[in-house]
Each structure stands twice: as C-alpha cells, then as structure tokens.
Design a protein around this ligand. Structure first.
Ligand code: PGA
Length: 258
C-alpha cells in the first residue's frame, strides 16, 4: 500500500542548526510509531548534512528533501546547488517551482522544467508545485494546465510515478493571504490535474500519480484533504516548524490512512 505523504517545507527556517536538529528529532520520534505515512523534511541546504549525520544514520524514518536545486549537475555556476550534490548528501526529494521561488526569484515554467529533468537525472524525486493566484481562481484550469504542460515538457510517462505534484493555491499559503482552501476545492484541483495527466499521458499514469495538497495545513484539517479531497498527502509549511503541531499532523494522518 502506498503510504500517505507528509512533506515539511521549513522554508528559510529555523535560524540555527540546534533548532533544526531538535525539530528533526522530534518528527523522527513520532514517525517511528507510525505505519501508514511517509514523512519528508525539506530543510534549508545548510542543515542537510547535519540532519543526515544525526538521527538519519541511526535508522531514522524521516526522509530528507531540499527546497530547490539547479538544473546543471556541476560547473561554473556560483552559488548554485546541484541535484547530484543533494543526492550524494542523502536527499531523496527536492521541491521545485514553489510559488515563493516563482515570486521572489523569477522562477519560470521553463526553469522549473529544467530542474525537474535534472532532479530525475540525479535520482531525486521532484515535488513539483503548481497553483493559481487569488485573481486566477476563475481560470484555475488554464493556469494549472499551463504550469503542468510547460513544467513536464519532455518528461516521460515512466518518470511520473517518481514525481509528486503539490497543488498549492497561492492564496491559501500562510505567507500570502492564508485564506482557507476547502477540501472540496482541493478535490476539484486534484481532478483538473488528473484529467491533464490522463490527456497528456494515459489512465495508468493519472491513476498512479501522487498529488498532494499544500496551503496552511494544520493538525485539525490535514486529514480532510485525504478523506474528502482524495489527495495523496500534504505539504506543510508553517505548522511543520512547531514540533507539537507537526507531531499532531503525523499522528492524525497515520490514523486515517490505516
Ligand atoms: P504553509 O506553507 O503551510 O505555511 O501555508 C505551505 C507551503 O508554502 O509549502
């Protein structure tokens, strides 16, 4: 049985390695008693090796992910971090195309596409973020389809089983308006994505694709996106920085996924 995915996106937090290790350890402790969830922590680059050398080496149940990567594996690209470097460090996942990167760092569908391909090439599982802005709610289908079409250009059907698609309505993310996105709304976005995959690939790809929800998820509502939204997991920002709240999310998702 495929486990329910819970992905923590720490963003540019916390500010010290001690805090990072504590947060990781706390999530790890909860995950050890869970059977039905796969938990991934996407930490800032600078903490990844510490987290790997810490609890992970003692058989941690938490997988590691990064929040971005470059589209080349190596070379003269000052300041960049490549997918193969992340893989060699023990990362399994990498977030690509988060709306904050699109907004503050001019990430485009074209650069997202190059990053997705480079992540696959290095053996990482990309977590591809898509989502409409507040003023795009009326044209959500067009917006999601364009992001998916351009982001997945040249990505073969065989790769889709290693891809996570995170539906993150920009207006629901806590750093933006943080408006409530109902599980029914998330369900309709889920259907748009599935239909796209059916049209561009085939039924098997659409049925197997792991589509998760992100946007102000907390311990109270996380399970609803699985039960009512029929999503395969959640991407958690703010709440993943609170050890108690993140623990609640893991426990509740584990209970409803059994
Ligand atoms: P949030 O962030 O849970 O703080 O809304 C989610 C995300 O941006 O990935």
């Amino acid at each position: 049985m495929t486990k329910t995915l819970i992905i923590a996106n720490w963003k540019c937090n916390p500010v010290s390695v001690v805090e990072a290790k504590n947060l990781f350890k706390s999530a790890d402790g909860v995950v050890r008693n869970a059977k039905n969830v796969e938990v991934v922590i996407c930490s800032p680059f600078v903490y990844l090796s510490e987290l790997k050398n810490g609890p992970k080496d003692q058989g941690s149940g938490v997988a590691l992910g990064a929040q971005d990567c470059f589209w080349e594996q190596k070379g003269a690209y000052t300041g960049e971090v490549s997918p193969v470097m992340l893989k060699n460090l023990g990362c399994k996942y990498v977030i690509v195309g988060h709306s904050e990167r699109r907004k503050y760092f001019n990430e485009t569908n074209e650069s997202v596409n190059k990053k997705i391909k480079a992540a696959f090439e290095a053996g990482l599982k990309p977590i591809f973020c898509v989502g409409e802005k507040h003023d795009e709610k009326e044209i959500i289908k067009e917006v999601l389809e364009k992001q998916l079409f351009e982001g997945l250009a040249g990505v073969s059907a065989s790769k889709i089983s290693d891809l996570i698609i995170a539906y993150e309505p920009v207006w629901a993310i806590s750093s933006e308006e943080g408006e409530y996105c109902s599980p029914e709304y998330a369900f309709s976005a889920n259907l748009i994505i599935k239909k796209f995959l059916f049209k561009e690939y085939d039924k098997t790809v659409a049925d197997k694709a792991r589509i998760i929800y992100g946007g102000s998820v907390d311990g109270k509502d996380a399970g609803l996106y699985i039960k009512e939204g029929k999503l395969a997991g959640v991407l958690v920002g703010k709440a993943s920085l609170n050890a108690m709240e993140f623990g609640k999310i893991i426990k509740s998702m584990d209970a409803i996924s059994s």
